[in-house]
Ligand binder design. Structure first.
Ligand SMILES: Cc1cc2nc3c(=O)[nH]c(=O)nc-3n(C[C@H](O)[C@H](O)[C@H](O)COP(=O)(O)OP(=O)(O)OC[C@H]3O[C@@H](n4cnc5c(N)ncnc54)[C@H](O)[C@@H]3O)c2cc1C
Length: 391
């Protein structure tokens, strides 16, 4: 598909925000060099963050498609291989083994892995007999929404960023949502307790039931399409559908099998280069010196820097502090988490829903923040005072 022959030049694997943003940024600098994009999904261009606020934005699933694969390929002047999976990288021959409609060998000069991350599997006794969905791409969202009856009783496992956003959005869509979260409050890794309690209250006012400090220990089918879930305090609850949002693991297997350095993600230097100088990685699958950063703003900065490097102007990545806006309309939130494991304390000020929590290091320096309600408007100004993610 597309006006260009596939292979040689730059080959990108993955058509998420990472792959497509890089293709777009590269084409701003170089219209001529062959550029190929290989993707296991159908190549539709969409913005993944829209998946967890589609009800709130009153968008049908098909309205989330920004461009079809054909439109994207034509506009970006790329060779596009949708529904093709890269199964191996032969680094000595600079060749990819690809399976799809047919088996292919695709050569590359420079290769970019934009493979994303896999949802962590949820396991509890009996969970293999109950369909537990995960949503991490448009296809997954399509099938989740297709099978979602009106006013369904939804078990949502995990109150992290994605879990809280889906809980709020499904409630807006008229579903009866129950969230089970082992930590003491929602967004436990991003918010101090006081703001976590505010979010808990706001979600409950939006119609979501939340059990914090609890986990699902057993599940069993219960006639029709329904099932029951038993919590660790013995509470038994009945549901129609289950959605797990317990975290993501960077996709590293392809790189590891090819002998590239892999830690939590595919290890890259400041130029997004892996341990092989012809192979790069960006987005959710990559691990820079700032660690894995599975968010849109870091991914876009990576794509811009890498596009320049691939176009012949070696450009190191630098990342300022990048606040994340949490899409929970019941309580607007913005967070800029302090580095993991660092010492310090939260200092909280504000009134009612409008709270400003600053994380102060042991030497008094501000290292992170969490804002709620009207205080969210201060996020850009506050971010300027925070240490950058990569200088
Ligand atoms: C519901 C939800 C809401 C979110 N909201 C926000 C938000 O509000 N703000 C924010 O900053 N971040 C948000 N995020 C995170 C953000 O969306 C991701 O960080 C980003 O979209 C990741 O893009 P990616 O291109 O790295 O990966 P992906 O979008 O996962 O793309 C990976 C691509 O690689 C392809 N692929 C994988 N393996 C192979 C293979 N072997 N061969 C061929 N193709 C392959 C896949 O088919 C896919 O096309 C959200 C995430 C989710 C799930």
């Amino acid at each position: 598909m597309g006006a260009h022959r596939e292979g040689s030049g730059v080959v990108i694997v993955g058509s998420g925000l990472g792959g497509y943003t890089l293709a777009r940024e590269f084409r701003k600098l170089d219209r001529l060099r062959p550029l190929t994009l290989i993707t296991a999904d159908n190549g539709e261009m969409y913005s993944k963050p829209m998946l967890s606020n589609a009800f709130g934005q009153n968008k049908a699933v098909e309205a989330l498609v920004q461009k079809t694969a054909e439109q994207a390929a034509a506009e970006l002047a790329i060779g596009l291989l949708p529904r093709h999976r890269v199964t191996a990288i032969d680094r000595a021959a600079s060749m990819l083994a690809v399976t799809g409609a047919e088996e292919r060998q695709i050569p590359y000069e420079q290769l970019v892995l934009a493979l994303g991350a896999d949802p962590r599997p949820f396991t509890a006794a009996g969970s293999e007999a109950v369909p537990v969905a995960t949503v991490n791409d448009l296809d997954g969202y399509r099938s989740w929404r297709r099978d979602l009856a009106p006013a369904a009783r939804v078990l949502l496992i995990g109150a992290g960023l994605i879990g809280c956003e889906f809980a709020n959005d499904l409630a807006i869509g008229g579903h009866r949502v129950t969230v089970i979260e082992p930590a003491g409050w929602p967004l436990g890794r991003l918010l101090p307790a006081a703001l976590g309690r505010l979010l808990h209250e706001a979600l409950e006012q939006a119609g979501v039931t939340i059990h914090t400090g609890r986990s699902v220990v057993r599940m069993a089918p219960a006639g029709g399409e329904g099932f029951t879930a038993v919590l660790d305090d013995g509470t038994e609850l009945a549901f129609d559908r289950a959605l797990s949002a317990i975290g993501l693991a960077p996709r590293t297997a392809l790189a590891a099998t090819a002998g590239l350095a892999v830690a939590r993600g595919i290890v890259v230097d400041r130029f997004l280069r892996s341990s092989d100088p012809a192979i790069f990685a960006i987005g959710d699958c990559a691990e820079t010196e700032a660690g894995p950063l599975p968010f849109v703003l870091p991914l876009m900065a990576q794509a811009r820097a890498l596009a320049a490097t691939l176009a012949g102007h070696e450009t190191p990545l630098s990342l300022p502090a990048l606040p994340v806006v949490v899409k929970t309309p019941c309580l607007p939130l913005a967070v800029c988490p302090p580095p993991a494991g660092i010492g310090g304390e939260w200092i909280i000020a504000g009134q009612g829903r409008d709270q400003k929590a600053l994380f102060q290091g042991t030497d008094g320096r501000p290292l992170g923040f969490a804002l709620s309600g009207a205080a969210v408007a201060e996020r850009q100004a506050l971010a300027k005072d925070m240490p950058g993610l990569m200088g």
